[in-house]
Design a protein around this ligand. Structure first.
Ligand SMILES: [Zn+2]
Length: 96
């Protein structure tokens, strides 16, 4: 994040005009990406292995979890939201 962008934001007051330039948009996306892992994402996919065991997949890094119902992915830190296993998508190992 550039100092120019930080100063532009810090000098904003209610009612002041803010013109978004292409470089600002890049900075804003960078900020959102840096905090996005703190917004809970639903775990919507499970991988079914040939042994018929199904493991949930992190919605961000797509790596399987060994257990269920943890609050965060232990690899990428993504905050997780667990939904009913009846609503998730099961992907069979040989279909990947
Ligand atoms: Zn992850």
């Amino acid at each position: 994040m550039s100092m120019r962008f930080i100063e532009k934001i810090m000098h904003l007051e209610i009612g002041s005009e803010f013109h978004i330039e292409k470089s600002d948009l890049k900075e804003i996306k960078c900020i959102i990406e840096s905090v996005n892992y703190r917004v809970a994402k639903p775990v919507i996919e499970y991988i079914v292995f040939p042994s018929n065991c199904a493991f949930p997949i992190c919605p961000k890094c797509k790596i399987t979890f060994e257990g269920n119902y943890q609050k965060h992915c232990d690899r990428c830190g993504q905050m997780l939201k667990w939904i009913s296993e009846k609503k998730v998508r099961y992907i069979f190992w040989n279909e990947r």
